[in-house]
Ligand binder design. Structure first.
Ligand SMILES: [Zn+2]
Length: 127
């Protein structure tokens, strides 16, 4: 397995983690890592199916406290997972969505973004 940190070709097995995952050590950079390095599963005590369930439920609109209650995990664990997933999603989005040429944009969520609606905005300022 190549080193996920420096790209060195040969790493060697370096025991197992407390959860039983294979740990590897790179002789070049002297760092250890597991198969899940740089993924949403890295250094989490959650099983992959728990991660999937929590993130899927979050996407469908469940509250974070509700997710913590249903999954039996701490609120901080759920928040940390959702934040980690959103950071990964942001990196992937920024890497793949570049130089998109647009002619027109739809800004239908703009008023909720600035937390204004028809009753709170002064229409005199818009004219
Ligand atoms: Zn290395």
């Amino acid at each position: 397995m190549p080193c996920l940190l420096c790209g060195h070709d040969k790493t060697h097995k370096h025991g197992k983690t407390s959860k039983g995952s294979q740990r590897y050590c790179c002789p070049a950079c002297k760092q250890t890592f597991t198969d899940t390095f740089d993924t949403i599963y890295y250094r989490r005590q959650l099983k992959p199916n728990e991660v999937h369930t929590i993130l899927q439920s979050h996407c469908e609109g469940s509250s974070l406290r509700g997710l913590a209650r249903i999954s039996g995990r701490a609120y901080g664990t759920v928040v940390n997972l959702v934040r980690g997933a959103s950071q990964k999603a942001l990196l992937i989005h920024n890497a793949f969505v570049q130089q998109v040429k647009t002619v027109a944009i739809t800004a239908d969520e703009l008023w909720s973004f600035v937390q204004k609606n028809k009753s709170t905005v002064c229409l005199e300022n818009l004219r």
